[in-house]
Design a protein around this ligand. Structure first.
Ligand SMILES: CC(C)(COP(=O)(O)OP(=O)(O)OC[C@H]1O[C@@H](n2cnc3c(N)ncnc32)[C@H](O)[C@@H]1OP(=O)(O)O)[C@@H](O)C(=O)NCCC(=O)NCCS
Length: 151
């Protein structure tokens, strides 16, 4: 298989993205509303990965990063993450956040640092995931929150 190409998501990718999220038990959290800032990786006509960005003024949330199992460990997760970091920078994001259940070590390797939900800036607290976590403190222990300061 040739190297997957990363492209902006289209409306007809929505069901596929939601399917990818379900396979790894990630929340769908208004995916359709943010489809304009989702990207997919495509190889041989098949979607093999996705990632999303939510922008709230100078704060951003990296979300929904998935690589299909056969392609894990091939550098695609890094490319998708790097794509979001570059897009966030060009959208004026200065602090990029994320929540993850299991991929903390991967994102740490990508340069994110652990933080608490109290570290989220005022704009960072506008994202649906922060609101959900803040309203349900019992799920905090299942999640790792992380941030990256962008120049
Ligand atoms: C997290 C995920 C997207 C990573 O994608 P991937 O394509 O396997 O990652 P890559 O191959 O690009 O890895 C890039 C680097 O991170 C490292 N890495 C990958 N997974 C890692 C992990 N779990 N812990 C530490 N490092 C990890 C790789 O060794 C590689 O290092 P190198 O470039 O220095 O050699 C993928 O494992 C996945 O889809 N997981 C399930 C969904 C999920 O939990 N998503 C996060 C929700 S926000």
């Amino acid at each position: 298989m040739s190297e997957p190409a990363i492209r902006a998501a289209r409306s007809d990718d929505l069901a596929i993205i939601e399917g990818l999220l379900r396979t790894v038990n990630l929340p769908l959290f208004r995916t359709a509303d943010f489809l304009d800032t989702f990207w997919v990786a495509e190889a041989a006509g098949e979607v093999v990965g996705c990632v999303g960005l939510e922008v709230y003024d100078d704060a951003g949330l990296l979300r929904s990063a998935v690589v299909t199992e056969p392609l894990r460990g091939t550098g695609l997760g890094r490319r998708l993450t790097q794509n979001v970091i570059e897009e966030a920078k060009s959208n004026g994001v200065r602090e990029l956040y994320l929540f993850t259940m299991e991929a903390g070590p991967f994102f740490g390797h990508m340069g994110f640092e652990k933080c608490t939900i109290d570290d989220f800036s005022e704009n960072g607290r506008k994202c649906t995931q922060w609101i959900a976590v803040n309203n349900n403190p019992e799920i905090v222990e299942w999640l790792t929150s992380m941030r990256m300061m962008l120049a």
